[in-house]
Write a protein that binds this ligand. Structure first.
Ligand SMILES: NC(=O)c1ccc[n+]([C@@H]2O[C@H](COP(=O)([O-])OP(=O)(O)OC[C@H]3O[C@@H](n4cnc5c(N)ncnc54)[C@H](OP(=O)(O)O)[C@@H]3O)[C@@H](O)[C@H]2O)c1
Length: 333
């Protein structure tokens, strides 16, 4: 295994850097600084979404770099996502144009459908609710027509590649069969406790690349769900960054546990997008190209997989979604 890991290559020949900066829950002020620190450290891949509310701040940080002449648009790989309120064919162009305007870009490198379940469009709300606080689902989500509208964005040059996030294998297969422009990438929860072996094998067979989210275990996810007043009993309490096996391997290599968690996923050909607004963490998370996990390290880490029990993102995030026809977690993978 090479210490320097190659970028991930899509079926269409386009290349995605294997590490990107995650930006969920980074406020506009924080993210502007975080993008600046990340570009300085060598990151060339930024992951955002319309629902994160920080595209405009990312756009400002990028613009500063373009104006300085230190970086060109084609050096970067920028990913954003169609919000669930836009999960209808007639909405896709509008939401992508909105994201591009905020990011001050002519195109994104990858546009993902953020979530398979659609929500109703209600004013400017990302997660519309009725007067009793219940999420307003759109029960008529149609992935086939939605995908055609995604393909039209590639035709128009607004997205170089298109993909999916949080879709199960069954749902991916349906889109794949009807696709004129194939999905190039799937972004899903993937980490030591939820290693997604079956989904990875499925995607490999279809030449769909994978990006892992929650690679570090998203340590604040549990309290995020708790603060929303949602049912935390469905979220496993697990501590990736202080796991004893990860710690032992980290000490052996003179690296941090975060670096081992990232490297474990990257050595399996999966890209990572650790989120941080802390400059030291941003730099540390990129400093993972000077060591290599041995086959023994990899076996020890593979043995930590809890399968379905390790999944953190489930129905708890949008209560009631189990009744939606496109609820993704009704399938085993
Ligand atoms: N497609 C989807 O549905 C979806 C869902 C969730 C996330 N995502 C994407 O995936 C990204 C990653 O997910 P995530 O942000 O939830 O989880 P994560 O990257 O696993 O964890 C981020 C957390 O770890 C901390 N951290 C980062 N580097 C660290 C280090 N070296 N040592 C110790 N702590 C460290 C961060 O705090 P500091 O900021 O203080 O460093 C932050 O609290 C998101 O930002 C987003 O871009 C996508």
């Amino acid at each position: 295994m090479e210490k320097v890991l190659a970028p991930i290559t899509f079926y269409n020949g386009r290349k995605m850097p294997i590490i990107g900066l995650g930006t969920w829950q980074s406020s506009p002020d924080e993210v502007e600084k975080a993008v600046d620190v990340a570009l300085q450290a060598g990151y060339r891949h930024i992951d955002t979404a319309a629902t994160y509310g920080n595209e405009a701040a990312i756009g400002r940080a990028l613009q500063n770099w373009f104006e300085s002449g230190k970086i060109k648009r084609e050096d970067l790989f920028i990913v954003t996502k169609l919000p669930p309120v836009g999960n209808r064919a007639e909405c896709v162009e509008k939401y992508l144009k909105k994201s591009l305007a905020a990011l001050q870009l002519q195109y994104v490198d990858l546009y993902l459908i953020h979530y398979p379940v659609g929500l109703q469009e209600l004013q400017d709300e990302s997660f519309p609710k009725d007067k009793d606080g219940n999420i307003l689902f759109d029960m008529n989500t149609d992935h086939i027509s939605l995908w055609k509208a995604m393909e039209a964005q590639v035709d128009a040059g607004r997205a170089l590649s298109i993909g999916l996030s949080n879709f199960s294998a069954e749902q991916i297969k349906r889109i794949w069969r009807s696709a004129r422009v194939r999905p190039a990438n799937l972004q899903v929860e993937l980490h030591i406790y939820h290693q997604q072996r079956e989904l990875r094998a499925f995607c490999r067979a279809l030449d769909i690349t994978i990006v892992s989210y929650f690679t570090l275990g998203s340590p604040r996810y549990y309290s995020y769900i708790e603060n929303l007043g949602l049912d935390v009993s469905r979220i496993p309490k697990q501590h990736h960054l202080s796991d004893a096996v990860v710690l032992r391997i980290a000490q052996k290599h003179g690296k941090s546990t975060a670096q081992v968690l990232l490297r474990f996923v990257m050595q399996q050909g999966v890209a990572v997008i650790p989120k941080s607004t802390n400059p030291e963490h941003i730099q540390q998370n990129f400093d993972v190209f000077d060591f290599e996990l041995s086959p023994e390290d990899m076996y020890s880490l593979e043995a930590l997989d809890k399968g379905e029990r390790g999944r953190q993102v489930n129905g708890a995030i949008f209560p009631g979604q189990e009744n939606h026809p496109e609820y993704p977690w009704k399938y085993r993978y």
